[in-house]
Ligand binder design. Structure first.
Ligand code: P6P
Length: 328
């Protein structure tokens, strides 16, 4: 018999007495929202949901119709949960206060509704990332930013949904990493990857080498060592241009994914709160590591909602080789 995602988060309750029941109800918001999103993603091109709306998001990017749909769907689904006090999204400049005075409002949820949206129109894998934080001590709903400006180490749960050759939901509540594959014939997420461990060493490195001429030399030197076989293995290069897809492959097959800082993005391109933090949480739970090349991603104290960070994330062997390369 199979295990659904809903059953799994309930079982977490027995596996870890004291793990908050309302967290299960909150996480189930991801199930409904991602089912609705994936149904549109799978039909993009057949319905009027491709292309852009004439809106610009806080990132200065032209919003895709699917971005807007995914964002509104996630806000609606999580907004229904009494346990959610604050919602923050890549697509919204400021956090949204929901259930402002409900005593049950104990969590903030931060997400990127559809990462990799430039790939939507060419049918390349895209994904939703989410991060769940507990309401900080004696902090009322009015200062919504304080609910979310917490280091990634404070996450109580995090994960992503990958809309690829299948729809895969990967999450952790601090008790290992588990993956579920959506079965459209029964409309449920079924446990397909229990207790995922990132391979100690893989055979892929993932970086956009088009920027090699402008990457800081420490990254170029590292990739040179990888290519020369100094890590003891032959590596192949994979770069999908969708962070969630590049990370998911790294999680399952090992290797390393790097998005460095560049002159155009001096603080890195990826967002700390809702892109780097969730996958860094997953990576560490699976035995991997994630850094901004100076400190672990999860230790970074955020100062603004949409702040960016360089990201180096992968298996123990590749990451230790990267840290050694920097020391050299
Ligand atoms: P580039 C997608 O838009 C994204 O934010 C990440 O998912 C991806 O890793 C990155 O941008 C790709 O950016 O500049 O390499 O095309």
């Amino acid at each position: 018999m199979f295990t659904t995602f809903q059953q799994h988060i309930v079982q977490e309750q027995t596996r870890r007495p004291g793990s908050p029941v309302e967290l299960q109800w909150l996480l189930s918001g991801v199930i409904l929202a991602s089912k609705l999103i994936q149904s549109q993603v799978r039909r993009a091109g057949l319905i009027d949901i491709l292309g852009a709306v004439n809106e610009i998001n806080p990132q200065g990017e032209v919003q895709q119709k699917l971005d807007v749909y995914a964002n509104e769907t996630l806000i609606k689904c999580f907004g229904l949960r009494e346990s959610v006090g604050v919602i923050a999204s890549e697509e919204n400049e400021f956090p949204i206060a929901v259930h402002p005075n409900s005593p049950e409002a104990q969590y903030a949820i931060v997400f990127d509704p559809l990462d990799g949206s430039s790939n939507i129109d060419v049918a390349v894998t895209i994904g939703t990332t989410f991060s769940i934080l507990r309401r900080p001590e004696n902090c009322d709903t009015s200062d919504t930013l304080n609910w979310v400006l917490q280091p990634g180490r404070q996450q109580v749960a995090a994960g992503y949904v990958l809309y690829g050759s299948s729809t895969v939901l990967v999450y952790s509540m601090g008790n290992g990493v588990h993956g579920f594959t959506f079965d459209p014939s029964i409309g449920s997420y079924i446990l397909s990857h229990e207790n995922i461990k990132m391979p100690e060493q893989g055979t892929y490195y993932s970086i956009n080498e088009a920027y090699n001429e402008i990457f800081p030399s420490k990254y170029v030197e590292y990739i040179k060592r990888v290519r020369k076989g100094e890590l003891g293995k032959f590596y192949s290069s994979r770069f999908i241009g969708s962070m969630v897809a590049d990370f998911h492959r790294t999680l399952l097959r090992g290797g390393i994914f790097i998005y460095p800082e560049t002159p155009n993005y001096p603080n890195g391109r990826l967002r700390l709160l809702y892109e780097a933090n969730p996958i860094a949480y997953i990576a560490e739970q699976a035995g991997g590591m994630a850094t901004n090349s100076v400190q672990p991603i999860l230790d970074i104290q955020p100062h603004e909602l949409h702040q960016r960070t360089p990201l180096v994330i992968g298996g123990k062997s590749e990451m230790e080789a990267f840290m050694n390369c920097i020391q050299d």
